[in-house]
Unconditional design. Structure first.
Length: 371
């Protein structure tokens, strides 16, 4: 695989926009981009009331679960119609009606323990762990060509928010095994979402598990869980009853995460309540890969039934770079800089890049439960 857009280019002062894609943050001094040029992404799911239809689905889910080859509990999402997208972001517009068929979805993000079983069974090596080919980096010194990935590294002083490289670093040795780089490990973190996952890594796991990655229409439909007209996936209040219900960033970004929501950095899966359809962490914690190629103009002509994304990728910030959609936001999303709590917003990422706030979950087309 050609790796010329990996985060190492950021580390070596080459492609600034690649890393912006991975963290899905637009340098607008905390304001959402109104330009048609760009984008980023999303939110959580814990609902106030459960509509009667959703309540029936939830009850059905208690009686019927599906386990994939990875032994992950899955929830059946009954198909239906919803309004996809949001007018708040140019690449998530226009809002349009979409119908999706039923599918099974992992109840939470794939964890370190689950990914470790996959690696043990297959010997798979993630892109972040693979040697770099000097031919792909003709202008980079050989001693700088070390496998690694992007790690959020907060500065020790207040900085302006117009340069994300002030808090992102390419760390040689960083991978799913060493989330913060050499010296870090997975001890006690088995139930945290696996991170530093490139698109090919997620797709390989899904294939091994007998599943696939969700389309972004499936992902958003499941995240909304019946809240088709609310500002956030869980309702219209950012903090219902004064509570944080997703693992996001509080404090002065990017220097000090005060952990008001209970966590600094990644949280174990299921640390917050599920949404109305029994799905956990559909916003915050880590970004999640979807199968769709990314184009900012796709919603203008996307199909009304089971859209699978455009046939190719295009990002005006990086023409020629292949990107896929990411959804759900991460522990770094905040009102100051990356406001991705809004339902329907999108993210994007170069397919061979990872970071310590990027993971995934899977879906399956197994038959619907009976009864």
């Amino acid at each position: 695989m050609v790796l010329k857009h990996r985060f190492i280019r950021v580390f070596l002062f080459a492609s600034v926009a690649v890393l912006a894609a991975a963290c899905n943050q637009t340098p607008q001094d905390g304001k959402r981009a109104a330009s048609a040029a760009i984008v980023d992404s999303t939110v959580t799911c814990v609902s106030h009331g459960i509509p009667s239809r959703a309540a029936a689905i939830a009850e059905s889910e208690k009686e019927h679960t599906f386990l994939g080859a990875d032994d992950a509990t899955m929830v059946y999402v009954q198909g239906g119609k919803f309004l996809m997208g949001t007018a708040e972001f140019a690449d998530a517009s226009p809002v349009h009606e979409v119908t999706v068929g039923g599918f099974w979805m992992d109840e939470h993000e794939v964890t370190n323990a689950q990914f470790a079983r996959f690696v043990a069974a297959t010997g798979y090596q993630t892109i972040a762990e693979r040697p770099l080919d000097p031919k792909d980096f003709p202008n980079v010194p050989l001693d700088a060509l070390q496998p690694g990935s992007a790690v959020f590294t907060p500065p020790d002083r207040a900085v302006s928010l117009n340069n994300h490289l002030q808090w992102w670093s390419y760390v040689p040795g960083a991978s799913w095994r060493q989330p913060e780089g050499p010296g870090s490990d997975l001890e006690g973190r088995e139930n945290e979402p696996v991170v530093h996952i490139a698109y090919a890594d997620a797709a390989a796991f899904a294939k091994w598990a007998g599943k696939r990655l969700p389309t972004e229409a499936e992902w958003e439909y499941a995240a909304r869980a019946g809240h088709s007209d609310s500002k956030y996936y869980w309702g219209n209040d950012l903090k219902p009853e004064g509570r944080w219900i997703a693992n996001v960033y509080q404090g002065s970004f990017p220097t000090e995460d005060n952990g008001e929501d209970g966590f600094k950095g990644v949280a174990p899966v299921k640390s917050y309540g599920p949404n109305a359809w029994g799905l956990y962490d559909m916003d915050g914690n880590v970004w999640e890969w979807c199968s769709d190629y990314y184009r900012p103009d796709y919603y203008e002509n996307s199909p009304a039934h089971d859209p699978e994304g455009p046939k190719d990728s295009y990002d005006p910030l990086e023409p020629g770079t292949v990107k896929r959609v990411q959804r759900g936001g991460s522990f770094l999303c905040n009102e100051q800089y990356c406001e991705r709590y809004i339902a329907g917003s999108r993210g994007k990422g170069e397919i061979s890049s990872g970071s310590n706030n990027l993971g995934f979950r899977c879906v399956s087309d197994q038959p619907a439960p009976k009864g």
